[in-house]
Each structure stands twice: as structure tokens, then as C-alpha cells.
Design a protein around this ligand. Structure first.
Ligand SMILES: NC(=O)C1=CN([C@@H]2O[C@H](COP(=O)(O)OP(=O)(O)OC[C@H]3O[C@@H](n4cnc5c(N)ncnc54)[C@H](OP(=O)(O)O)[C@@H]3O)[C@@H](O)[C@H]2O)C=CC1
Ligand SMILES: O=C1O[C@H](COP(=O)(O)O)[C@@H](O)[C@H](O)[C@H]1O
Length: 373
């Protein structure tokens, strides 16, 4: 996926320190007013149909719209939603960031990364044009209530007298999450519909900072308004894992430790840090992809058959796997950094333009033993 992955599965990820509420790929969130609790796909489709006829609107504000994630993943995913007719009839998308940009400049930037994801689709360019016409930009600081009041005014102009539902997608570094949530909830939240916030990882560096972030968010939002995203759960391959496991007569009986001795989850990128050195040096590869994406896949891979494919049931099975894992020891972990590749003239990790000296691991291998019971 990533966000195009959001197109198919919005992932609600209430994670807490002991993984009690670990992640589950779920059905898409409600697009209507009312309780935002998880719903089935059929219910979602009914609601999506309803939302096309009724008098409500959804305003999606991509905060950090000038950034990498917004360009590469979020706008293309929103376009895919639009293309698949999954957005409500009345919707508006606003980009928000400090960079100065006009609506036309945002559209131009976004247009470079939009694709029709599935081959041989018709009317792709017309659809892109229609989509871009619904995209606007507002420049502002992340900690300015005044700038969010200005945004609110613009949103209202588009929403008119309809019930307004508002979604803020935080595509920004985590150190400014709380500033934005504070300003958005005080100055730009919906007065007659729902207001929700999508939070990108990392959700803190460790259990303590993750809990602190949640406490901070809850000063302004209730848990049901917060949607934490693990984009890996929306990848087709990961989504298909459950089907492969539980609906395939060949695999289902063989998927057990009786027949499988060793499983390796390999995440490998064929490019370097590409300017992300500063970020990597702060977090390291274990925090970046192992404790979230790969742990999720591990849990999906190893869990027992859930009683249904409902989010809660899958989550419960995943939690059982995580609870039965032996705590890792340092000797189970090998950490390294890659050096330059002379043949392909690729730079080593520590040659990243934002890194002078680095000790942080960007390669890691972790060995996980058999379950405790
Ligand atoms: N890129 C990816 O593939 C993925 C990213 N993420 C997470 O998503 C979020 C956004 O990622 P990404 O787009 O790559 O991040 P960027 O570094 O590109 O930041 C997004 C925008 O935030 C603003 N910004 C950046 N640094 C600061 C700062 N120190 N203070 C204030 N504003 C700042 C900039 O906008 P402006 O200057 O215009 O205000 C920038 O365009 C991060 O939390 C990241 O960890 C998660 C998964 C994958
Ligand atoms: O979350 C992250 O994922 C990307 C890889 O995701 P993909 O969808 O582009 O395959 C990874 O490059 C990045 O370091 C990490 O933060």
C-alpha cells in the first residue's frame, strides 16, 4: 500500500504498552456520523452508499502536505479512493503545511504522483482532473490556532450548510503531532459532524513515550477519534496472507510447526537512506520497521485461526502469539550498517548527506525462538 493501501483498509491501531490492543487490519471506518467503532465491510458499503445521497460532507486535511509521505502515498491513495467511487459525493481535500504554495502549485505537485493503479482503467485522466479540482491548499504554522481558524473558514466555505465531517491526516514529524491536534481540535474541528485524526508512525520511541503521546492526544481527542496507521497491513500481499492461510485447502493443514521448521521475514530495500539518514539515525531500523510492520506480519503469520475475520477476533489471536513469544535477548540480535557499493557507486549509510558520524543500526537480524508454551 501504503496509503493506497488505506484505500482498501483503513487500519485502526490502538496499540498500548503491553500490546493488549495490538493491531488488526480492519474494515474501513465509518463515513457517517455516529459511533466510529469498527464495522463490517457490508455495513461500510451501505454507509458509503448512504453518504452519497445525504447532505453531509467530508473534508480531509493532509497536514504536512508538502512532504514525502503526502506526495508519494496519501494523495495517490485518496485519488484511488475517488477513482473507485469510495469517497462521499461531497468531499474536499486540503493540503496544509508551512511551505508557501497556491492551490495550482499543490495540484501540480500532486498530479505528478497520481496513477491509475490497476491496468487498463478508463477515463483515468478525466478522473484525475476532477479529483485535482477538489484539492486545495492552505499554508500555516503547525502551532498557530489563528492559522487553523483561517483553515476552518476555508473548510466552511466548501462545506456550506451540510453536516461537516472532518479528517486530519498527520503526515508530519511526531514532535509536532500535539501542536497540530491542539490547534485543529480547538479551532478547526467540526461543529455538527465527526472529527477524526489519522496518526502515522512512529507512535513514540518506546512504551513510555508511546503512552505519553497517547495521553497527549487524549487531552484533545477521545480514543475513537484517533486512527493509528500501519500501512503494511494494507499491502496486498499481507492482506492475502489470511486468505492464503485459512481458505486454501493445501496450505491450511500444513501451516503448523509440525511441517514448518523455520520462517524468515525479509524486508529488503534496494536503495539507500536517500536523505532519510537523520531520521534513521534517530530511530534505527528496529524501531522503523521491525517492531511495527514486521511484528504485525509475524503475528498474522503465526496466529491460530481466528473465530471470524472481524478486527477484534484477529487482534485477539495476534495478541496470543505476541504473549507467547519469549522475550528477546541481546544475543538474539545482530545489528549492522551497510558500506558503500563500489561497483554500483552507491554510498554507505554513514555517507548520507545528513549524517556525519553514525552508530545507529540500519541492518538487523533477530532470531525468535519457539513459543514459551
Ligand atoms: N515517508 C514515508 O514513506 C513514511 C513516513 N511515515 C511518517 O509519516 C510522517 C511524515 O513523513 P514524511 O512526509 O516522510 O516527512 P517529511 O520530513 O517529509 O515531513 C512532512 C512535512 O512536515 C514539515 N516538517 C518537516 N520537518 C519539520 C519540523 N522539524 N518542524 C516542523 N515541520 C516540519 C514539512 O513541511 P513544511 O516545511 O512545508 O511545513 C514537511 O514537508 C512522519 O511521522 C513519518 O515518520 C510513516 C511511514 C512511511
Ligand atoms: O514505514 C516505512 O516503510 C517504508 C517502506 O514502505 P513501502 O510501502 O514504501 O514499501 C520504509 O522505506 C520506511 O523506512 C519506513 O519508515
Amino acid at each position: 500500500m501504503i496509503m493506497s493501501d488505506l484505500v482498501q483498509h483503513h487500519v485502526k491501531v490502538p496499540i498500548d504498552a503491553d500490546m493488549k490492543n495490538a493491531v488488526t487490519p480492519t474494515t474501513p471506518p465509518m463515513v457517517e456520523n455516529g459511533s466510529p467503532s469498527e464495522i463490517t465491510l457490508d455495513e461500510f458499503e451501505d454507509l458509503a452508499a448512504l453518504s452519497k445521497n445525504n447532505d453531509s460532507t467530508v473534508s480531509i486535511t493532509v497536514v504536512g502536505a508538502s512532504g514525502d509521505l503526502a506526495k508519494k502515498k496519501i494523495f495517490p491513495a485518496l485519488f484511488a479512493l475517488y477513482y473507485e467511487d469510495c469517497l462521499p459525493k461531497h468531499f474536499t481535500i486540503f493540503g496544509y503545511a508551512r511551505s508557501k504554495m497556491t492551490d495550482a502549485e499543490l495540484r501540480n505537485m500532486v498530479s505528478k504522483t497520481l496513477t491509475c493503479r490497476i491496468d487498463k482503467r478508463e477515463n483515468c485522466s478525466e478522473k484525475m482532473e476532477e479529483f485535482l479540482e477538489r484539492c486545495f491548499y492552505h499554508s500555516g504554522q503547525y502551532d498557530s490556532e489563528g492559522h487553523f481558524i483561517d483553515l476552518d473558514k476555508k473548510l466552511k466555505q466548501h462545506e456550506g450548510s451540510r453536516v461537516s465531517n472532518r479528517l486530519f491526516y498527520l503526515s508530519i514529524p511526531p514532535n509536532i503531532f500535539l501542536d497540530v491536534v491542539k490547534c485543529a481540535s480547538k479551532s478547526a474541528s467540526s461543529v455538527n459532524g465527526w472529527t477524526r485524526v489519522i496518526v502515522e508512525k512512529p507512535f513514540g520511541r518506546d512504551s513510555e513515550s508511546s503512552a505519553a503521546l497517547t495521553r497527549g492526544l487524549k487531552q484533545y481527542l477521545v480514543e475513537d477519534q484517533i486512527f493509528r496507521i500501519d500501512h503494511y497491513l494494507g499491502k496486498e500481499l499481507v492482506e492475502n496472507l489470511s486468505v492464503l492461510r485459512f481458505s486454501n485447502l493445501v496450505f491450511e493443514p500444513l501451516w503448523s510447526r509440525q511441517y514448518i521448521r523455520n520462517v524468515q521475514l525479509i524486508f529488503s530495500e534496494d536503495f539507500g537512506t536517500e536523505g532519510r539518514g537523520g531520521y534513521f539515525d534517530g530511530y534505527g531500523i528496529i524501531r522503523d520497521i521491525m517492531q511495527n510492520h514486521l511484528l504485525q506480519i509475524l503475528a498474522l503469520f503465526a496466529m491460530e485461526t481466528p473465530i471470524s475475520l472481524e478486527a477484534e477476533d484477529i487482534r485477539n489471536e495476534k495478541v496470543k502469539v505476541l504473549r507467547s513469544m519469549k522475550p528477546l535477548q541481546l544475543e538474539d540480535v545482530v545489528i549492522g550498517q551497510y558500506k558503500s557499493h563500489t561497483k554500483e557507486l552507491r554510498l554507505g549509510y554513514s555517507s548520507d548527506m545528513f549524517l556525519e558520524i553514525s552508530t545507529r543500526g540500519v541492518l538487523a537480524r533477530i532470531l525468535i525462538g519457539p513459543p514459551t508454551s
